[in-house]
Write a protein that binds this ligand. Structure first.
Ligand SMILES: [Fe+2]
Length: 290
């Protein structure tokens, strides 16, 4: 049976007052973000923040998520809480057709600090069931997945239930390949307890809208991953790319490097770390034939 005790009473998830004492101070930037979120509410039925894909549909240049518009503000972190369990199953759906609760999908992208999507990011989600209980004996409502080649993810689940001391939330850990772990929580707009939960952070609000009998949430993560194309290779022990080598994702290339891909020779035009999806024929800004 899932534990019935409230999360906030557990020793390793602080109470609101403890979090207030030891938690991060509210910065001017956070306040500005809260204001941004508030002004964005009329755009969305359920409130929330503007996402890159919303503005992209208008034909205008894609705006990055609010957290990375200046390239220096990764997604805020949050405490892990007492209900995390390692070794969750690899799966994008935490439910079956008979799972009680309001159906919810959460989708989005993971960006680095330069607002470029990151593929292969580990996202490990865990949440309460519709009654507000966590499964500590098994892996109910726990699962991890990886972002696809476009940096996108989709989680199929239910709206988590409320439990004493907290507003509605979903826990998540995000880790880009070779980078540190971001532990955070996602929140729902329009929840009365958002006003009283000291852990709540408006910068971590999802967009949520009703779709049929269920809900759709969206959120874009911004990880503290440098994407400056002029950066040196992240691992100095990486072997240099030899002229005539085969293009390989994960390799750091510099202008002038020559590779082959699909039997065709290419020359690197600007330094970058290759990602799946950035194969030379797909990114003429990075590679030219010859
Ligand atoms: Fe929780």
């Amino acid at each position: 049976m899932p534990p019935a005790s409230p999360e906030s009473s557990e020793s390793n998830e602080p109470t609101a007052s403890a979090e207030a004492a030891g938690g991060p101070a509210i910065s001017r930037k956070s306040l500005l973000k809260a204001a941004l979120v508030a002004t964005a509410v009329p755009l969305f039925a359920g409130g929330g923040v503007a996402l890159a894909r919303d503005t992209g549909a208008s034909g205008a240049p894609l705006a990055p998520t609010p957290d990375c518009d200046d390239g220096d503000e990764p997604t805020h972190d949050q405490i892990e809480g007492p209900y995390f369990k390692p070794n969750s199953p690899l799966r994008t759906s935490l439910v079956t057709s008979s799972t009680p609760g309001v159906p919810l999908t959460v989708s989005g992208y993971v960006f680095g600090r330069e607002c470029r999507p990151i593929s292969g990011v580990l996202l490990d989600f865990w949440q309460a069931d519709t009654n507000g209980a966590y499964d500590m004996s098994g892996y109910g409502f726990r699962g991890h997945q990886f972002t696809d080649q476009n940096g996108a993810f989709t989680l199929t689940t239910i709206v988590p239930g409320l439990y004493p001391g907290r507003t509605r939330h979903i826990h998540v850990k995000a880790q880009a390949p070779g980078s540190g772990i971001l532990t955070t929580q996602l929140y729902f707009p329009g929840e009365p307890r958002n006003n009283t939960d000291m852990l709540y952070d408006a910068a971590l609000l999802m967009n949520v809208r009703a779709v049929g009998s269920g809900k759709e949430g969206s959120f874009d993560f911004v990880l503290d991953v440098s994407q400056n194309p002029t950066d040196p290779p992240t691992d100095p022990t990486d072997p240099p790319t030899e002229p005539g080598g085969t293009w390989r994702a994960g390799t750091s290339y510099t202008a002038g490097n020559r590779v082959t891909y699909g039997g065709v020779a290419y020359r690197c035009l600007q330094a970058h770390t290759a990602l799946t999806g950035w194969e030379p024929p797909n990114v003429p800004a990075l590679w030219e034939r010859g």
